[in-house]
Design a binder for this molecule. Structure first.
Ligand SMILES: Cc1ncc(COP(=O)(O)O)c(C=O)c1O
Length: 387
């Protein structure tokens, strides 16, 4: 054989691999099948790399354990997990009820793409009692999409009760559970049909990989979600799946530290004269604390507070005076972040008075005393400009 041919086929494929703690990261679009009969035997063989290889399969198995799911599908980002799940489970003529405090890009997807494909989208007030929400749903409603706590303002909903009532009417429920990360809250155990999360946040934990997941218990739903992935042609890389799996190993210890530090910072903030209100479901006295106490096993590092009303220049001065907190829209990583939220409330249908400008904090893994000192510096700058 010539060099051209020999170089294409030289280099042995490994036989049995030695065992490492993590799965092998296989790279491959082509999958070599063992024999002719396997070529069209999709039930027993992965016939193409887009379906995911070893690291992706390990991550799916581990997430199924975390979520208490029968099957988990992976998407290239958290928003892709939500849009992919919606595209897989809804059709023209259906209606979806979406909580008004939903993560803003979900609203953008619903209003632009879902509507274009003939799905009616209605937003409901997070404060609506489950009985009124489900009783008020039209016969066309196929799904209720929840997020608990709500993005930026942390409204809690009784997801288990909504799921129970919706099921009795043949309505599916789905929840964005990125805050609970499948660890401190388990939507499927509370009867929710599909648990979605942006793995980008706490599961990844290091602010460097995008991915999302959808988990379900009903095998028929799992199949529809997997078909959706296949139809849309989505794939995640082995390297990214491996990174997610690595994050998953330390999720419980990181979450415990995020929770502890965030509660400490929140309790301190509540005592500061510049602060109007705290929005943290795990903090006693905050809205939704009763539901959190009943349904959640813990919290994370993300919460919000409002400042007493002051000119915009004071809010900017607060943020610009922070040295440890970065100004950034993400969360779930090891680092602390802050944003001013109010511009994002404009799209909401149900407006609330939060007591003043709303600041969302992500409390990272830094020492809480250092974070408190940084926030005090920010509040001093705020007070200087507030007069
Ligand atoms: C609640 C929530 N869901 C989903 C997402 C989307 O995740 P991703 O950035 O991976 O698309 C985010 C991102 O900020 C989020 O905050």
């Amino acid at each position: 054989m010539s060099d051209e041919t020999r170089l294409i086929h030289a280099g042995k494929l490994p036989g049995a691999l030695v065992r490492t703690v993590g799965p092998p990261i296989q790279k491959g679009s082509t999958v070599l099948l063992p024999n002719a009969a396997a070529l069209y035997d999709d039930d027993n063989f992965i016939t193409y790399g887009r379906a995911g290889l070893s690291a992706q399969a390990s991550l799916q198995d581990a997430l199924a354990v975390l979520e208490g799911a029968v099957g988990v599908t992976l998407y290239p980002s958290g928003i892709a997990a939500i849009s992919g799940m919606l595209m897989a489970l809804l059709k023209a003529g259906d209606e979806i009820l979406v909580v008004d405090t939903v993560y803003k890009p979900v609203r953008r997807f619903c209003d632009s793409v879902l509507k274009r494909f003939g799905v009616k989208v209605s937003y409901y007030d997070a404060a609506l009692p489950p009985e009124d929400l489900v009783a008020g749903a039209s016969d066309a409603v196929r799904m209720i999409f929840m997020e608990t706590p709500g993005s930026l303002t942390f409204e809690m909903q009784d997801m288990g009760r909504i799921a129970e009532l919706a099921r009795a009417r043949g309505i599916l429920t789905a929840a964005d559970n990125t805050w609970g990360a499948g660890l401190t809250y388990k939507p499927l155990a509370h009867g929710v049909d599909v648990s979605v999360q942006a793995l980008t946040k706490y599961v990844g934990g290091h602010s460097d990989v995008f991915m999302g997941s959808a988990a379900a218990r009903d095998p028929a739903l799992v199949r529809r979600l997997a078909d959706g992935i296949n139809h849309m042609g989505w794939a995640v890389s082995g390297e990214d799946a491996y990174a997610m799996l690595r994050g998953l190993r330390t999720l419980p210890v990181r979450m415990a530290r995020h929770q502890e530090s965030a509660l400490r910072v929140a309790a301190w903030l509540r005592e500061q004269p510049e602060v109007a209100a705290l929005y943290h479901p795990a903090l006693p006295g905050c809205p939704g604390h009763d539901i959190w106490t009943r349904d959640f096993k813990g919290a994370c590092g993300l919460f919000a507070f409002s400042l007493k009303p002051a000119p915009q220049a004071a809010v900017d001065a607060f943020l610009d005076a922070l040295h440890i907190f970065g100004l950034g829209f993400s969360w779930g990583g090891f680092e602390s972040l802050a944003i001013w939220c109010d511009p994002q409330f404009k799209v909401r249908g149900f407006q609330r008075d939060y007591g003043g400008p709303v600041i969302r904090l992500h409390i990272g893994l830094e020492a809480p005393d250092d974070l408190i000192a940084d926030l005090r510096g920010g509040l001093d700058a705020y007070a200087d400009r507030a007069v």
